[in-house]
Design a protein around this ligand. Structure first.
Ligand SMILES: *Cc1c(COP(=O)(O)O)cnc(C)c1O
Length: 334
């Protein structure tokens, strides 16, 4: 089942990188994928395999973007899908689910509450469970982000990869891609240092990492503009922490004001309108350069997991509205 996903560009950020002292800052722009996020990768593989196995109906909880992607690929496969998501999820994701004809239930709660509803559908109504890490193929799809990145760099490993981490499947996938390529002899040398980036309003994995724990504790009152990484307790947290430790990486939390400022700056300086989750990585890179964890010569790749246009409310537009037919007013810079 394909909608043309894959091979997203690696885009240098020369002006933003220059401003924060990282001359080799780039992003892999996953916002250009079908449905607007890298979730299309997991859906393409997950839905294709479910279809091969004869699955007729799938259930999944989501913060929005995974639901949007699975709804589209399920529509294409003719598979019924039941999606449960927090009622505060981005409008764009809800609209994508509705357009694709999914069954959508909004819950007045978090992704954990959405998960409880979805689990009931799996247990009592015969739906296949497509929740994060409950089936193995979604991870294989997300792994392709890593495979592509290494291939695009000519089978070279960047020094550092920053990843906006919710459930952490993308990071687990990139680590798996590195391990497999290394075992095949396609990559040599040390792994890329993997950096978990979370929002200060929901940073369970960052907290666990800083306390040298092997698992996270469920985060209370999770709230951030970076909706896709609002995951209070990730099922695969121990795998994420293991990947970070084994690659000499680290884990960083950034607050919403830093995320929104980074989002605007990258768009205004380098023309890429990142999603807030991706922008969190720019804010984290700024901080890591300031503390010296990142060297100015490091080759740093940020995964921009989605398109900024999915979250139009994050940008404040102050444009004057003119009556039709009036003359061009004075402009501030004239
Ligand atoms: C789902 C999502 C994430 C987090 O992905 P995980 O691999 O599950 O950690 C990050 N950004 C966006 C835009 C997302 O939709």
């Amino acid at each position: 089942m394909s909608l043309g996903e894959g091979m997203t560009p690696i885009v240098p950020l020369p002006r933003m990188g220059g401003a924060i002292g990282l001359e080799r800052l780039r992003l892999k722009d996953e916002g250009l994928l079908p449905t607007g996020t890298f979730k299309a990768r997991g859906a393409a593989v997950g839905v294709s395999r479910a279809n091969e196995l004869g699955v007729k109906k799938i259930a999944m909880p989501t913060n929005g973007n995974a639901g949007a992607a699975w709804a589209a690929y399920c529509a294409r496969a003719g598979i019924e899908i039941l999606i449960t998501m927090p009622k505060d999820s981005p409008v764009s994701a809800r609209v994508e689910c509705a357009a694709a004809g999914s069954r959508l239930l909004l819950v007045d709660g978090s992704i954990t509450d959405a998960g409880a509803l979805s689990s009931q559908a799996v247990r009592d109504r015969g739906y296949m469970d497509a929740a994060t890490l409950r089936e193995p193929y979604r991870l294989e799809g997300k792994k392709t982000m890593g495979l592509e990145l290494f291939e695009q760099l000519g089978w070279r490993i960047p020094d550092v990869i920053l990843y906006p981490t919710g459930g952490g499947v993308g990071l687990i996938g990139i680590f798996k891609a590195w391990r497999e390529c290394q075992a095949l002899g396609w990559l040599q040398g040390p792994p890329p240092r993997l950096v978990v980036v979370q929002a200060a309003g929901c940073a369970p994995i960052v907290k666990a990492w800083s306390e040298h724990a092997t698992e996270s504790v469920a985060w209370k009152g999770a709230r951030t503009v970076a909706f896709g990484i609002t995951v209070p307790k990730a099922l695969g947290d121990f795998l994420v922490l293991d990947a970070v430790n084994r690659t000499n990486g680290c884990a960083v939390a950034v607050d919403d004001s830093a995320i929104l400022a980074a989002q605007r700056k990258v768009a205004a300086r380098d023309g890429v309108f990142m999603c807030p989750e991706g922008a969190a990585c720019v804010a984290a890179a700024t901080e890591l350069r300031r503390t010296g964890w990142l060297d100015g010569a490091d080759e740093v790749v940020i995964i921009n997991t989605g398109a900024g246009i999915l979250y139009p409310e994050t940008i404040d537009v102050s444009a004057p509205v003119l009556r039709a037919g009036v003359d061009l007013p004075e402009l501030p810079q004239d």
